[in-house]
Design a protein around this ligand. Structure first.
Ligand code: ADP
Ligand code: MG
Length: 753
């Protein structure tokens, strides 16, 4: 047989008919694809059980000889309703035995066993022991043939040769799909490893040496046929690095690409809007705001587009940083747009920008200073006429600052000269939307982009999901901020505490402060239980919460209950996503102006809403919210000088998962710590979006939680390797590795991210 390489097509390379199955069913096209198809676990032959000591219900691996094999075709007349397995057309019963006892192994709809497991064959069988017709059996075990007793009589080219005993007795167990068996994968892998030429290593030796990693050949051999745990560990470590490296190479190339685009430089102009604004700023910028501001000012002044992520805890003052960037761009005669996730937030941004800019924001109006610009609000709910007018001021360039929601992304919005896009609270924007944004530059030059988020992103996630962005962080809060005290109120065991919570709101209001009450649901009669962000709430899915039997508390009902009861006499307002558009804005404005004492709301207030006089928040059914979401919500209070109080009301009993999460939120105000904990509870695939790809080949070994240092190393290495050569002409092997490790759909995904 000829020697093969990693890029040899699998179908022909192995000379095995069974290889076609791997191509068709598992989508493994090349030998390299197959070798990157790692076992999902390993069975250790050391733990062999003898047949006499098998226990029903447990998994076991036995080494036994095939005594007899019998096949049965069930054909059409088979009746699934008689308690049999539906869809079974063919059964193979293999009786195996060791010195002590016999056992029947049963396979369904698999036609090759009679060829592989002839009487006399020695093999290992691994599977769960069950009872059927009062006898023990193992159904659909994974099989590794140790010695085929009838080798002489075995003429079929495709019949399993011999898988010599696995080194160290470690048997790889592969993830399977219908129609592909363990043995087929094991055998093809084995054949490939035997036929392979020396595998060249795409990763430079110096990097391997620096990180103490084994070479690719060793890693691929050992991941499939480890001699012992130490070799397996080393192989996994190397392959984890490859995955981290592949992701980071894609991102580094993406960044290098972006850097190579031209952009119109917008340097700081002395005596411009920004200078006038700075002179009139009612407070002093924090050190963080200053230094991030400097960085952004330099980014904007260069001839390449800025792509920057600004992270900062709620209340850290990101808006003023963004505003100053917008003013610098306007000073160069260009436009800036700020995108917010909700209409409420967009309207609030427009209002507060107008407040802060004063006459400087009234461009075009009578008596405004000559350097003034205009601020235009564009949301989906604008009446047709107002929308037309807004679009006109945007297209004519009259509006220096445009504030809006997703509506801005819809067609028909043209900018005269867009220079900067600010995306506030990025986590509410989909990957696709972010991509759409970047392409809104019909004149050819992409605008500068500043993405802001208060959702603390664990470093590893930031390095992957936002790895194409440069990152800045505001880590201090402006002076005079008060801490937020968070307490869990166990509603079931301590109904008295809930009463006390309402009293406490009364006391805050008596002191001239305001409060929020947050509920998971709106409460319309016909409502599907939908959160503001469009995710639906499925009470059945959430088995952990003890009160999944009761529907979540709703804004409308809770508001009515409070109005007629504990908060009678206070001025209550209601806010949620289904209010008529104008009303939402009116309610928010009334609350900001202090004309309402208590706002009963959904998570619509989660991001960005800024009313410094609000000091207290009561969150009902708090276990229904995610940890990061609770952290975001409570960030709405304690924005002024008075201390903030947040009460998490929940019926989740002590010790339940729901309650443990709430206790964790109450125990720390460190958003990063909570984000890590949140990540631990989520499926990592969802973080990366790899589950989108049909086969989730990306990142099989890598864990965003565990492998922080691997990702960091790989990131550094990738940036060094890519340098200013996004095509990686100097490293063709690495470019090839990227496409082997990450399916192309996922690369596109990362590209768009
Ligand atoms: P976030 O980062 O959560 O978006 P904001 O930008 O909304 O925070 O700022 C929160 C509040 O802090 C606003 O009322 C803002 O005017 C105020 N603020 C921002 N920077 C400072 C500062 N350096 N000193 C005092 N107050 C500030
Ligand atoms: Mg904000």
């Amino acid at each position: 047989m000829e020697k093969i390489t990693l890029s040899s097509p699998l179908k022909t390379a192995l000379g095995l008919r069974s290889a076609a199955k791997l191509v068709d069913k598992l989508n493994l096209t090349t030998v390299g694809d197959l070798l990157r198809y790692y076992p999902r676990k390993y069975d250790q032959r050391g733990k062999l059980t003898d047949l006499a000591s098998l226990v029903v219900g447990e998994r076991a691996t036995v080494w036994a000889k095939v005594i007899s094999i019998q096949e049965r075709d069930l054909g059409h007349g088979y009746a699934p309703h008689r308690g049999k397995r539906p869809g079974v057309k063919h059964i193979t019963n293999v009786v195996i035995g060791d010195s002590s006892k016999k056992l029947t192994c049963t396979f369904f709809n698999q036609y090759h066993w009679s060829k592989m497991l002839r009487p006399g064959t020695d093999a290992m069988f691994s599977g769960k022991i069950s009872m059927f017709n009062k006898t023990m059996q193992m159904s659909s075990p994974s099989v590794a043939v140790v010695d085929d007793g009838n080798r002489a009589g075995n003429d079929g080219k495709d019949a399993i040769d011999v898988i010599e005993s696995f080194p160290g007795g470690v048997i790889p167990v592969y993830p399977l799909v219908d129609g592909v068996t363990q043995t087929v994968v094991q055998h093809c892998v084995h054949a490939a490893l035997n036929l392979l030429e020396k595998i060249p290593d795409p990763v430079p030796d110096v990097l391997l040496a620096r990180h103490g990693l084994v070479d690719l050949e060793t890693a691929l051999r050992d991941i499939h046929r480890p001699r012992n745990q130490t070799h397996l560990d080393a192989a996994q470590e190397r392959l984890r690095y490859d995955e981290a490296m592949a992701v980071q190479l894609v991102l580094a190339r993406r960044r290098a690409d972006a850097r190579n685009f031209p952009a119109e430089p917008c340097p700081r102009i002395p005596g411009g809007l920004l200078d006038v604004f700075d002179q009139n700023l009612p407070f002093e910028l924090t050190a963080g705001q200053q230094s991030v501001g400097e960085t952004i000012a330099i980014d904007l002044a260069t001839i390449h587009p800025m792509n920057r992520l600004l992270q900062g805890e709620v209340g850290s003052g990101k808006t003023v940083v963004a505003l100053r960037a917008m003013l610098q761009v306007i000073d160069s005669g260009r436009q800036a747009v700020m995108l917010a996730p909700t209409e409420v937030l967009a309207a609030q941004h427009a209002r507060s920008l107008r407040d802060v800019l004063g006459p400087l924001g009234r461009g075009g109006e009578l008596g405004a200073p000559p350097e003034a610009t205009a601020i235009t609000l564009l949301t989906g709910s604008l009446p047709a006429k107002a929308r037309k007018l807004a679009l006109l001021t945007i297209a004519s360039g009259q509006a220096g600052i445009v504030v809006g929601t997703h509506a801005l992304l819809s067609e028909g919005v043209f900018f005269a000269n867009l220079g900067l896009i600010v995306v506030d609270e990025q986590h509410r924007f989909g990957v696709e939307q972010r991509h759409a944004l970047r392409s809104k530059h019909p004149d050819g030059n992409p605008p500068h982009v500043l993405v802001m988020t208060a959702t603390p992103i664990p470093r590893t996630v930031a390095m992957t999901v936002f790895g194409d962005l440069d990152t800045s962080t505001l880590s201090e809060l402006p002076k005079g901020r008060s801490p937020i005290g968070t307490t869990v109120v166990p509603a079931a065991d301590r109904p008295g505490w809930v009463e006390r919570a309402w009293q406490r709101i009364g006391e805050e209001v008596a002191k001239g402060h305001q409060a929020y009450v947050v509920c998971p649901k709106i409460g319309d009669a016909d409502e599907i239980e939908m959160f503001e962000d469009g995710t639906t709430f499925d009470p059945d899915a959430d088995d952990e919460t003890e009160n999944s039997r009761r529907p979540p508390l709703a804004v409308n009902q809770v508001a009515a209950m409070l109005r007629d009861g504990p908060l009678a006499g206070l001025r209550l307002g209601i806010l949620h996503g289904r209010l008529p558009p104008g009303e939402k804005d009116d309610v928010m404005m009334a609350f900001s102006a202090g004309e309402l004492d208590v706002l009963v709301a959904t998570t619509v207030i989660e991001v960005g809403v800024d009313v410094p006089n609000a000091t207290m928040m009561v969150i009902m059914d708090a276990e229904r919210f995610g940890m990061s979401q609770l952290h975001q919500l409570r960030g709405r209070v304690g924005r002024g000088s008075a201390p903030g109080i947040c009460l998490l009301v929940s019926e989740a009993p002590a010790g339940s998962v729901g309650r443990i999460r709430l206790d964790a939120v109450a125990a720390t105000t460190d958003g990063f710590e909570l984000a890590e904990a949140d990540l631990a509870l989520r499926r990592e695939g969802n973080v990366l979006g790899t589950t989108q790809a049909g086969r989730s080949t990306a990142l099989k070994q890598l864990s965003l939680l565990r492998d922080k240092h691997v990702i960091e190393q790989a990131r550094e290495d990738a940036i060094g390797l890519v340098g200013d050569d996004p095509a990686m002409a100097a490293w063709p092997g690495l470019a090839e590795m990227v496409s082997l490790v990450i399916a192309s759909e996922s690369q596109e995904y990362l590209d768009k991210g």
